[in-house]
Ligand binder design. Structure first.
Ligand SMILES: Cc1ncc(COP(=O)(O)O)c(C=O)c1O
Length: 365
């Protein structure tokens, strides 16, 4: 069932999360952790000193934030079998790409319901790699049609043909554990003196799992901070209600797994309040919508390239643009952290000839 490289990927029994849970879920060793933190003076604004959490270096296969979630999600029911997984996303989705690559490692395949998004060069490469990995895509056209296609899948689903359904972005309660671990990891780096405690942290948000897990992890570790979540999607797709729901799901899962009583009381909101973890969601960078580049994001992408940081205009460049706008002229001083959730791996060598023949969208020029 699994490939040799997976057999070597032993479960880590002692993880940071397992120190706060009595009965932690299983976990695969897919990521190279901890990821480094580094100072980035080119991002400083006023009296704010910016640091970067380099999750772009989280895997030699495909880094970024996704692998943190997949380590947990693929190790536990209902996704730990050998059937295909069916998930959703844009045709250039990083979630689908990560899933396709890590499932292939395990001898499994990905089926996906996709929607068409702006075909930037980055999105084209992602799509080419996705198809080159053998992922089967059913493109439904617009994002608005996705819920109907998803409903149709659930009504007429044939798991033996289509596979096990997984939420967008692998943002499940178990998936969030990957970012709970990330919060604990950062707390450890602060304790070791590798960076000062950031008073404000910037992270992008889409399906909410990354930022929800991170807030919980930081709170469990007692890192008082303000999490500024720069949304990459419209308000209807990600908002405070959804964010609280995601944190609640993950917190309840941890309580069921034996979260220490001191962290369990009062639910997720109580945990965050005791630790002094605040959060806000910023929709100012969505611009023309999900995946539509903005001028500020394109500038951030270029600046990143000059400073050796590979960004993309759907999530991380919009996050940098949001951070710059928030810091400019603000009273924020001292250490600030940008959490880079995008992979830096060059995937072009993975593109196989003939992928265009299976491409479900019109590529144009
Ligand atoms: C590069 C990148 N960063 C961040 C996110 C958002 O993470 P989440 O969906 O957990 O909010 C995504 C989601 O696909 C992503 O691709």
């Amino acid at each position: 069932m699994s490939s040799p490289s997976v057999d070597q990927a032993v479960e880590r029994r002692r993880t940071l999360v397992s120190e706060v849970l009595e009965r932690p879920a299983a976990r695969l060793a897919l990521a190279d952790l901890p990821t480094p933190v580094e100072r980035a003076p080119w991002l400083d604004e006023g009296a704010a000193e910016v640091w970067i959490k380099r999750d772009d270096r989280s895997s030699r296969i495909y880094g970024g934030g996704k692998v943190r979630k997949l380590e947990w999600v693929l190790a536990n029911p209902p996704y730990d079998g050998d059937e295909p997984i069916v998930s959703v996303g844009g045709v250039g989705s990083h979630h689908l790409l990560a899933l396709a690559l890590f499932l292939k490692e395990r001898g499994r395949s990905l089926h996906a319901l996709t929607f068409t998004q702006t075909l930037t060069p980055h999105v084209r490469t992602n799509l080419a790699v996705l198809l080159s990995q053998g992922a089967q895509l059913w493109n439904v056209g617009s994002r608005a049609r996705l819920p109907w296609a998803w409903l149709a899948y659930h009504l007429w689903r044939r798991p033996e043909r289509m596979g096990r359904s997984m939420a967008a972005g692998a943002s499940t309660a178990v998936g969030c554990l990957g970012f709970v671990e990330a919060g604990l990891e950062l707390a450890g780096q602060i304790a070791q003196g590798l960076l000062p405690r950031p008073g404000t942290m910037f992270i992008t948000g889409g399906s909410a799992g990354s930022s929800a897990g991170l807030a919980l992890g930081l709170a469990i570790a007692g890192v008082s901070t303000r999490l500024h979540i720069v949304s990459s999607v419209e308000r209807w797709a990600f908002n405070g209600l959804m964010y609280r729901r995601m944190m609640g799901l993950a917190h309840r899962r941890m309580v069921a797994d034996g979260l220490r009583a001191e962290h369990a009381e009062g639910g997720a909101a109580g945990l965050l309040a005791r630790a002094g973890v605040e959060w806000s969601i910023d929709h100012s960078q969505v611009g023309g919508g999900y995946g539509v580049p903005t001028e500020a994001a394109s500038r951030a992408l270029e600046d990143g390239r000059e400073h050796g940081l590979a960004l993309e205009t759907t999530y991380t460049a919009k996050c940098i643009a949001g951070m710059r706008a928030a810091l400019r002229g603000s009273a924020i001083t001292g250490p600030v952290l940008f959490w880079n959730t995008h992979a830096s791996n060059d995937l072009r060598p993975l593109v196989r000839e003939g992928w265009q023949e299976r491409c479900p969208v019109e590529l144009g020029e």
